[in-house]
Design a protein around this ligand. Sequence first.
Ligand SMILES: C[S@@+](CC[C@H](N)C(=O)[O-])C[C@H]1O[C@@H](n2cnc3c(N)ncnc32)[C@H](O)[C@@H]1O
Length: 368
Amino acid sequence: MFERELMLTHRQEEHDRLHHEFLTSTDGATRKRLIQEHDAIVGPDHWSYMCYARTHSPLPSPYFGSQGRYIEPLLKLLVHRHPDMHAISDATSGSNAPMYLAKRMGLRVRTNDWCHMSYFVSRAVVVANHEPPNMVSIDPERVVPVPGFVKSLELFPYDVATYIDGVATLALAHDDPLTLAALAGTLVSGYTYRGMCYDKNWCREATLVVFHNRLLKRRGLLQAAILRDQPEGEAFNLDAEDFVSLPGEHDTLYMDFAWPWTTGAPVDTYDFFSRDISSVLLQKPLEKHQFTTKEDIVPKILAIWKKALGHYNRLILSTQSTNYPPGDQLEEVLLSEFGPRCKYHTFYDVVSSVNSKPFRELVYVVER
Ligand SMILES: C[S@@+](CC[C@H](N)C(=O)[O-])C[C@H]1O[C@@H](n2cnc3c(N)ncnc32)[C@H](O)[C@@H]1O
């Protein structure tokens, strides 16, 4: 049986009351006051947390999930419950916000994602404690345009597209993940994302100067995020199932999967980052990934976790209430599969940074 990581009843009631008030208010000042009130009564580090104000990722990476908003209280909860915890691996690291914060808390980190952009960010910021050795100085004079794949990003004018190709060529030749991460982030933040657009017009209007400045700024922010004097981490670019099967004994595995929506529609938006933009940056066509559907999500999660149990002491799975399967069904599956190993679960109330809708993030913990 999963133990509920319980809030004291009166705190639960207070949380629910303030949560409801928060959701019905549209005024920023009132929301701010409610958060302060919540923190004063329920406690900012309490197991459940209103994360409304904390909607930014600690890294200048584009949106890849919502973890940036509540990973801090979650990690604090884990360290509090498991004082022996000294390392954490993320099988689907996305923006890298979770492992970046873990590293800041002094935990040894390992990251993985099959998406290249995530991998570049990991290598540049989460794994390295120093500037990558072959740093490219992005001097437009040094960038020799190599018109190539980038032309598939038709939104960009020709001079910007050829410049992107040139920077990617230079960064690849110098094995410079910092520049690749900045380039990917700049492309993602300006390019359409399945109908949504981070900045609708700037791709079409981008001039070389605007693009160059945005790239330098993002690269500077990433560079500033590099943590010095922390243990070296490791980064992988594998399917999660292969990552958790790597030999060795590890402490804790964290996983926030690309779940299908409640409707069962697969969340294949990450394919855009993984394939279209990465194929431009790596200058080779990449295969389309197989994304999980309503039918295969549970078998896939169970396959990953069964393999992970051979190597990890503790498994943590995070999903949101807008995902499929719903929390109660998922809990039943985990209980029937892992029985007494199911230890506890907790939740975080969050507001989506994409459409401002509230949802609940559910977190399950299973031990070996
Ligand atoms: C919900 S996002 C993770 C968000 C991340 N926790 C964050 O805070 O940014 C899911 C991630 O899983 C990755 N992913 C999906 N299926 C995968 C697989 N089979 N193997 C490795 N990575 C996968 C996607 O590329 C995406 O980055």
